[in-house]
Design a protein around this ligand. Structure first.
Ligand code: HEC
Length: 408
């Protein structure tokens, strides 16, 4: 019953998180696009203090956006502030963290080879990781570094690489990727709450009093907003990476993540330039080539395994003896010992109400049907989850051997 309630809780919170996230990122992408595609306005608008305009058609209506250089001549009755999109995304994300990783810490947060094996300690480490991750960023962004955007960008790349590494030491691989996304999301929400909104408030206050708005504060808000812009794509990547054990199960998963995130931020740069009319396709080409290099590197160890089998079959000399094929009986035994407690129609493992990820393994035919997926989960040490069932290396090798033979 408890597992059933947890499932509903996590489903609803995830749904809300997705919607609020779309609203936040969507608004952010739209405003960046709008800002970068402002056109030179006609003179009568310039005289009113408008520095750029944009005409759009959407949903069957024509819109005219005007951006004022500073304050409008008359203050509007209602002014929309984009902030709840960010706050509600962060709040629902925090709830989702609790629903998945804190309530089910033993299954999801703790990994077999981490520094921390106690679930409660791991929850504490998770909170500390997010708080310190935000804290150090806030220190850096308020330091003199803010006057050197390029150097700062470099520092952030190193910082996030370090956080990726640290996360893989503290948490299970899957949780580690999620935590990197969560810490970046926290920094982004912090940028809104601690920097952008206060700057906007002081802007409005100054204008209302007829004073000159503080240009430094505005530049500071802009810097934070730029960071958020470059974080967007990597954060979304971290959030969906959860479904791909071939990535987070890799030996150098932290480096893979940092590399892919850097490529995404670089690709984002192409779009930022393009909005301003600077088209540099070479950026996308370079990012794509660098991505291909990573994909080949990650797939490299997968090729020889299957090729070896073919090579052995071809070697007429018979000098090398192929490994004996593991039989169905042994495979059934290993699966029953280590997987079926969770991956059955009615799991017996505490906390599971249904077979996780819809993967059923109580019948060999089902296992053969999803052999490729199961192979990845086993080869990357992702399964058994946190190795709670204590699968040995020999059993792992035997199961992989059997999988290779049932579905080459
Ligand atoms: C403690 C319970 C538990 C045990 C034991 C367990 N699993 Fe899982 N398994 C899970 C959970 C939870 C998920 C869903 C994780 C996710 O959403 O990424 C999962 C997901 C999977 C997936 C899908 C991964 C994907 O998204 O492609 C495969 C395949 C899998 N398990 C195979 C196995 C195999 C093989 C074993 C035994 C060697 C095993 N599992 C043992 C809990 C378990």
């Amino acid at each position: 019953m408890e597992a059933y309630i947890t499932d509903w809780f996590s489903l609803i919170v995830r749904w809300i998180h997705l919607i609020t996230g779309i609203a936040w990122i969507g608004a952010s992408l739209h405003f960046i696009w709008l800002d970068n595609s402002l056109q030179e306005p006609p003179k009568w608008k310039k005289d009113k203090g408008i520095k750029g305009d944009n005409w759009s058609i959407h949903g069957g209506g024509i819109y005219e956006f005007n951006k004022y250089a500073l304050a409008p001549p008359a203050w509007p009755a209602t002014l929309h502030w984009s902030k709840w999109e960010a706050y509600s995304t962060w709040l629902s994300g925090t709830l989702l963290m609790v629903a998945v990783y804190y309530i089910q810490a033993q299954s999801y947060l703790v990994g077999p080879d981490n520094w921390i094996s106690d679930p409660s300690l791991a929850v504490g480490a998770s909170i500390g990781f997010l708080a310190l991750g935000l804290g150090f960023y806030e220190l850096a962004v308020r330091s003199p570094l803010k006057h050197q955007p390029m150097l700062f960008a470099f520092v952030i790349v190193i910082y996030l690489t370090f956080l990726s590494w640290l996360a893989t030491k503290l948490f299970s691989d899957r949780a580690a990727y999620l935590h990197v996304g969560a810490v970046m999301g926290t920094i982004m929400a912090g940028n809104v709450f601690l920097g952008i909104i206060p700057a906007q408030k002081s802007f409005v206050a100054a204008v209302e009093k007829g004073l000159e708005p503080d240009a430094d504060l505005a530049a500071f808000a802009k810097l934070r907003s730029t960071h958020n812009n470059y974080f967007t794509l990597p954060v979304l990547f971290c959030m969906i990476s959860n479904h791909y054990p071939f990535l987070y199960g890799h030996e150098y998963n932290w480096l893979v993540l940092a590399y892919v995130m850097a490529l995404m931020a670089y690709a984002r740069h192409f779009f930022n330039l393009r909005h301003r009319g600077i088209i540099k396709p070479s950026i996308l080409v370079q990012a794509f080539i660098a991505f291909l290099v990573a994909a080949v590197y990650l797939g490299y160890d997968k090729l020889p395994a299957t090729m070896d089998v073919a090579d052995l079959g071809d070697s007429a000399g018979g000098a090398s003896v192929p490994e004996p094929v593991v039989d169905d009986e042994r495979a059934t035994y290993i699966l029953a010992q280590h997987c079926v407690v969770c991956h059955a129609a009615t799991p017996t493992f505490a906390g599971f109400a249904a077979p996780p990820a819809g993967v059923l393994m109580d019948e060999l035919a089902n296992v053969v049907g999803s052999a490729a997926r199961i192979r990845t989960a086993v080869a990357t040490n992702y399964m058994p989850l946190g190795n709670v069932t204590g699968m040995t290396e020999v059993e792992r090798k035997d199961l992989l051997n059997w999988l290779d033979n049932v579905s080459p």
